[in-house]
Structures are given as structure tokens and as C-alpha cells.
Design a protein around this ligand. Sequence first.
Ligand SMILES: [Fe+2]
Length: 189
Amino acid sequence: MGDDMGYSLEQYCEDCRAALAADGGAAGREAVRANLERLLQDGDFLAAHLGPDQAVGTRTLYQDPDHEFCVLAYVTDEARTSMPHDHGASWAIYGQATGQTDITEYRRNDGGAGAGAAQLEQTEAYRLEPGKAGLYDVGDIHAIDYPGGARFVRVTGTDLNLVPRLRFDPARGVAETIENASVPDPDGN
Ligand SMILES: [Fe+2]
């Protein structure tokens, strides 16, 4: 089942370029999120990148040479529960294709900003169902939890492998900086 008008990956990336060129802040990112929900309705896009024929793994579908944003497809086989984390100086958008992702959002209450002692308070918990996309702006702390077989798109403001980011361990009350590209992406599989 597809959008009557159809909506391709190429058109999506063009729309994101235009949105981010017009507004590099919150409004541009919200357009990238809303357009992703439209892309997730397109049967041809889903079949080509997130359908049953696609192998398990993470694939970069597009990286923009000017605005740096990346569009990645995740085809998982194992369930995963991430630690709370941010994406450093990058924003991120998750859009569900198959299965679901449970998202928990947090606020940091200790007044700190970097690594070290950290106290988190849960602020939101909800489920992304297929067709839904959520935006996590720069510094927003979140955790994700998905079952094996979940498939989703993630759009990031830049290549996250190059961005120092924070991972939180609520049990130990600490935040740790992750800088090494060899450390698995907290949302990866
Ligand atoms: Fe994340």
C-alpha cells in the first residue's frame, strides 16, 4: 500500500535539502521528520530498503555533501535495549518501518553537561509504531528498545561515527564520553 502520489528516497532527500537550507534549526528538522513519515508510507521505498528481501544490517542510503545529514536503513535480527544516550552535536530522527521501537526520554538533573556524575529523570515513554517518526534534537537524552526483526530508518544531522557523544549508566550514576568510531553505535544492532 503506497501513498497515492508516491514519494521516493530521492525526492525525500531533495526535500530535506530544501528544508535544511531554508531553516537549519528546529523548523527544518521538523520538516525532515514529517517528510520521513511520508516516505514510510511508500511501498516501493519500503520494499527496496526495508522489505523482507533485505539482509540484516545497517546501510547508509544517502549522505548529503552540503548539509551532512545521513539517511540510514536498519534491518535487525536481534532485540536491543540501548543505554540512555545523546548524539553529541547531532540531532537524530527515528522512523519505524516494521515492528516497533519503545522510546524513553530523559532530563539530566545534576546540572552537568559532560562526562562524570550524572542523574537522569525520565520525562517521556512511548512507542513508535510503523509509519511514525520521532525527532531527538541536539543533546536530547533518549534510550531505545526494539524487538528482533524491527526495521527502521534513522536520519542524523551528520555522520555519528565522527561525533563524540554521551552514554549514561543510571545504575552507576555516571555519563561516559564515547569518541571512538570503533565503539558500536548505541542504536546499532
Ligand atoms: Fe539514539
